[in-house]
Design a protein around this ligand. Structure first.
Ligand code: ASP
Length: 324
């Protein structure tokens, strides 16, 4: 029988409603959650670890780094076939992508959680955990990078985003849809996984700022990020990758100080490209030396830039970010 390591790391999946305040708080141990996944031991030999009880908004980049090291040690163990990590859903995509960028393994790593706490009708934790265990033991799921399993659907950590604040199918892959499903405990994939590089880190170097573009925006926030010492700036630009002209002085200043600037789109779907030649258009940004990251939300581009900048290897932003 295959062995799966279950790493419990907080989120709604391990929460209950505190009746005094009528709001969800941490309160369920890993063992209690696992006991609701009836029959799990017929599928895999399970080893459980309690990593933290944190809700997503308490997860820091340092927590992600510690989790990456912890899971790396697990996948390096010969007796472990796959790992399932629970996580709060609000920042799950960020941690999952961080793990995807920093753990080099063919073994299956699945991240899951719940949209409803154990006190609510329709608690989805046990189902998500059960389907994640099925994925962790699947041969087909190997070598696909970190996967996110929710509502019977599988997504690549590099592609997924939380798109609904309350629905059970909160996780979506823009442009493509899920990469696979778990059908009656069997994992079925619909398409190939995009290849990507992993990076070795010793530590995290500072932070990267994320700025969302709005109409008429000026350079204030870019200047603030420069003054505060951010190591890189991600701009969630307009449409195909354009910014209001008043942001250009700030962007030029950042580039002059060798602070990399990455452009993604604030649109949910589509890609960025240097399609427009007017003042602030993508062509001008590209010519200035801004990098484009084709189809990723800003919060994930931030994780990627932070990982690339913290990497031990020779920094090559050209290689890391798409030459769209
Ligand atoms: N706010 C919770 C968290 O991210 C939501 C969840 O887990 O679904 O920790």
């Amino acid at each position: 029988m295959k062995k799966v390591a279950l790493v419990f790391n907080g989120g709604t999946i391990s929460m209950k409603i505190d009746e005094k305040i009528n709001a969800a708080v941490p309160g369920l141990s890993g063992e209690e959650i696992l006991s609701m996944v009836t029959g799990a031991d017929e599928f895999a030999d399970i080893e459980s670890y309690s990593f933290s009880e944190k809700p997503s908004p308490h997860i820091s980049i340092e927590d992600m780094f510690r989790l990456s090291n912890f899971i790396n040690e697990l996948v390096n163990r010969e007796d472990i076939d796959g790992v399932v990590l629970t996580h709060g859903t609000d920042t799950l995509e960020e941690t999952a992508y961080f793990l995807d960028l920093t753990i080099n393994t063919e073994k299956v790593i699945v991240v899951t959680g719940a949209m409803r706490s154990s006190s609510e009708l329709g608690y989805d934790g046990p189902f998500n955990l059960a389907t994640s265990i099925c994925t962790a033991i699947s041969e087909e799921a190997k070598g696909r990078g970190v996967l996110v399993c929710f509502n019977g659907e599988l997504h690549c950590a590099s592609e997924v985003t939380k798109a609904n604040s309350m629905a059970l199918n909160a996780f979506r892959t823009p442009n493509f849809g899920p990469i696979g499903i778990v059908d009656n405990n069997q994992v079925v994939f619909h398409r190939k996984t995009r290849k990507h590089k992993t990076y070795k880190l010793d530590k995290i170097i500072g932070d990267v700022a994320l700025i969302k573009c709005v109409s008429g925006m000026n350079s204030d926030f870019v200047e603030f990020a420069i003054d505060k010492g951010y190591k890189g700036i991600v701009i969630e630009a307009l449409g195909r990758g354009n910014v209001p002209p008043l942001m250009l002085p700030g962007i030029k200043k950042a580039l002059k100080k060798e602070i990399p600037v990455i452009v993604v789109s604030r649109c949910f779907e589509g890609r960025v490209r240097e399609a427009y030649g007017y003042e602030g258009g993508g062509k001008m940004l590209k010519d200035l030396g801004v990098f484009f990251e084709e189809d990723m939300p800003g919060q994930k581009a931030r994780i990627k830039l932070l990982v690339v900048l913290s990497s031990k290897e020779n920094l090559n932003l050209n290689e890391a970010f798409n030459e769209v």
